[in-house]
Design a protein around this ligand. Structure first.
Ligand code: GZL
Length: 329
């Protein structure tokens, strides 16, 4: 009976207001907020935690109808998803952009359709900041600087400050804000410390498989390295596999210092066991923040244009099983 009432209400609304879409009105009748979410892909443990956080927060029991799209690490798939969301006349678009550039046209189409856009995680570089309503994510340069400050302190304690230091840099997806910020912190430090040298920059794409292949091939050239600066945990896992195959010691008691970003569960376990020297946290749990931003907009409020999440870092002495077990990801 309720369905019939909804159907008749829609027919009446469509007759009176032909501009309203049946989907938007059906959701309105149920009072669900329709959200289209374009996710980068499923390249890492961090991304899986981020996706889970968004799906859990933007659930029907929380008043949302979520339309989720996995772009499989291709920006053109994100363009397609956003255009589909516009066609489906969603109330909001949430975008986790794979890279900073290329968004002006598709976000102009969303604005013309009157659909607010919220950006999560990495940032976008657009000609008009009004093309998106709000952004929530991490300060990636600060993450990198946290890692560098720890490295400087460790090298000083070892009496190696001012001496040569060969660093293998495993980089995330080129043009991603996380890559830009974490890379800048390292490059700034190399300029500051004359003895520091980047032995190679390996484009690991944030995946374990790609990192393993690149580090394995690099190690085959027998170049000596003192540090691996890996821009996410999954690339670290791949690098560690390659180090073990090459018989090279690493971690708290090894020859190669391992610096890793994200601080996902498995990385923290490895850090606790001394296999990773420092895990720099990158918080993926943006779902509740995005839901709150949408609620603000629904209530006619103006949310902050940018919201940075609080983050820290972990080294073996700062970890225990209880702490690791208490974390959501
Ligand atoms: C950082 C995020 C990065 C993570 C990777 O916020 O964009 O992308 O560090 C993920 O694990 O793939």
């Amino acid at each position: 009976m309720k369905k019939l009432r909804v159907f008749l209400a829609i027919c009446l609304i469509m007759a009176l207001f032909p501009g309203c879409s049946p989907e938007r009105e059906a959701a309105r009748e149920e009072k669900l907020i329709r959200v289209g979410f374009s996710q980068v892909g499923s390249e890492s443990d961090w991304r899986a935690a981020n996706t889970q956080s968004m799906i859990s927060a933007l659930s029907e029991k929380n008043g949302f109808e979520l339309i989720y799209d996995n772009a499989r690490q291709r920006q053109e798939n994100q363009f397609l998803a956003i255009r589909n969301f516009i066609q489906q006349d969603v109330d909001y678009i949430v975008l986790a952009p794979i890279a900073e550039s290329g968004w002006d046209d598709v976000l102009s189409e969303a604005r013309s359709a009157g659909i607010p856009v919220i950006i999560v995680d990495r940032q976008i570089a657009v000609s008009d900041e009004d093309l998106y309503t709000s952004w929530v994510g991490s300060d990636f340069l600060a993450e990198g600087q946290r890692a560098i400050r720890w490295l400087e302190g460790t090298i000083q304690q070892q009496g190696r400050l001012g001496k040569p230091l060969n660093i293998l840099h495993i980089q995330g997806t080129d043009g991603a804000t996380a890559q830009i910020g974490r890379t800048k912190a390292l490059n700034d430090a190399v300029r500051t410390h004359p003895g520091w040298k980047v032995a190679a920059v390996l484009p690991g794409e944030y995946t374990e498989a790609k990192s393993y292949e690149l580090v394995r091939d690099f190690l085959a050239e027998d170049q000596q390295i003192d540090v691996i600066y890996s821009e996410n945990d999954n690339m670290t896992f791949g690098a560690i596999r390659a180090l073990e195959e090459a018989g090279i010691s690493y971690g708290a008691d090894g020859d190669v210092i391992i610096i890793s970003f994200d601080a996902v569960h498995d990385a923290l376990e490895m850090c606790l066991n001394g296999k990773i020297n420092i895990c720099v946290e990158c918080n993926p749990l943006h779902g509740p923040r995005v839901a709150a931003l949408i609620r603000q907009l629904e209530n006619g409020e103006t949310p902050a244009k940018q919201t940075y999440v609080d983050e820290t870092f972990f080294s073996p002495g700062l970890l225990n099983e209880d702490l690791i077990g208490s974390r959501e990801y």
